[in-house]
Ligand binder design. Sequence first.
Ligand code: SF4
Length: 351
Amino acid sequence: MSTAPMQTQAPPSGAARRPLLEVNDLKKHFPIRSGFLSGVTGYVYAVDGVSFSIDKGETLSLVGESGCGKSTVGRTVLRLIEPTSGQVLLDGKRIDDLPASELRPLRRRMQVVFQDPFSSLNPRLKVKDILAEPITNFGLASSARDVEERVAELLDKVRLPRDAMKRFPHEFSGGQRQRIGIARALAPGADLIICDEAVSALDVSVKAQIVNLLSDLQDELGLSLLFISHDLAIVEHITHRVAVMYLGKIVEVAEKSALFAAPKHPYTEALLSAVPLPDPTAKRDRIILTGDVPSPIKPPPGCRFHTRCPHAFDRCRQEEPALKAIGPGHLSACHLHDAGVMRPTPVTQAA
Ligand code: SF4
């Protein structure tokens, strides 16, 4: 497999920024029951008040360590799981409280590409049938010939040969299967695609090819992408903006260039310090976070990051910092941004 250099995504042009997706104070608390018949004994606070928006033609990446709630955000937006509270608006219309019958036609516009294309593709169906299913389900073709033409066009779009339609998923490589997954997301004419760790399981060179394909499709079709990933090195190549999550909350949001050049939240600083530099001879200080991520069943009081933050001080243990603007389009939730609070030197180690 050849190595494809990654393209760098430019921000969408045009003065009119209109959100395709708006998420306001979204919460998903999973109830805990100690036995089959017993009542609720607690909650997993997987997503605990998350707000963001995505413009048409824009990519927002949701990043953070495993278990921070980013995939739950994606599934709740899609209503694969029901939100506990909060609002989700698609093109200005609330969808979080729509009954299933009214939600169904809107599902056509929101599709998902999962991490493991093999388990998300029906192994008993040929590619033609996999791609035909959403086309016929949403009534987008008038005849069998029309369906076949649309399937052929989808394969062209994801750069697979047209004879791929006669084969089964197991006959393809991981990268090819992910192209089929992307084609299936495009099949109903989606304008929002949620990529949930969509390239995490692929080899480095294949990752680059899939990221480049998504960028090209975004340019061609004006897609909006919610790109969920723990891999900041990949995110840098595809995104316009980044939202960093920690323990169910967004702690920093910024344009990609601002976030990668000068992260403001101590957690983002630590995440970025672990990203390898393109020049293997270059060195940077790695910020070592001590301790484990606390349980989302009992998040720490005050700032949720205070148990691992190298800058934590008394106020952090008592008062939760609000996510607030610290620059144009740049939000961060940290008491250090308040006037008069000095920042101690972090504990670092040469990477
Ligand atoms: Fe660290 Fe305190 Fe800022 Fe939280 S509020 S990130 S504990 S300095």
